[in-house]
Design a protein around this ligand. Sequence first.
Ligand code: NI
Ligand code: MN
Length: 223
Amino acid sequence: MPKITFLGHACFLLEDEGKETLVFDPFLKENPLAALKAEQVKANYVLVSHAHSDHLGEAYDIAEANGATIISTAEISSSAQGKGLNAHPLNIGGKYNFPFGWVKATLAFHSAGIAGGTPCGFVVNYYGKNIYFAGDTGLFSDMKLIGELTKPDLALLPIGDNFTMGIDDAVIAASFVNAPVVIPYHYNTWPLVEADPGEFKKKVEEKTNSQCIIIAPGESYNF
Ligand code: NI
Ligand code: MN
């Protein structure tokens, strides 16, 4: 059974016994809520949604230490390859098969943090289960299309406001994506992104068909 562990902020570890491990947006060193040190992360793939420091974080160090492949935008992938790392470039709307399934890069309304780049989200097919990781983004109505086309089993949505969707927009996002389970992230790392995940859960469960699971940094959810 796949297990997703929240490592704080926008960092998640996706693993299953004896299978490939993926880490998303491994910002750990400067993350006050980090549940693991970057040196403790064992991963085969490092997915990076954009180059802001709270997402790129220790991606290169983890890739180097583990011989892992970075999956990211063309610009971040080139930068990683320039440092001698393995990287697979994707661009928005594109999908590629990997040993664990596939990854599709999705639109994200945000800034890239790297010259000429675009931010993205990902839909990951992980041994048959689809996970939508929205990245840093504002609400957009094509999330409905992402939901319809990829039918996520699990949606990971930012709720902290200021830099991304806040709670009320993220509730609408949850209704668009229509995954059975939603997990919030990108909140309470700093005062600028303070949000009550309990309020998000209450509203999601009142207004959408999704169940909301809140996992604190270090906690996991099996699905
Ligand atoms: Ni950002
Ligand atoms: Mn961010």
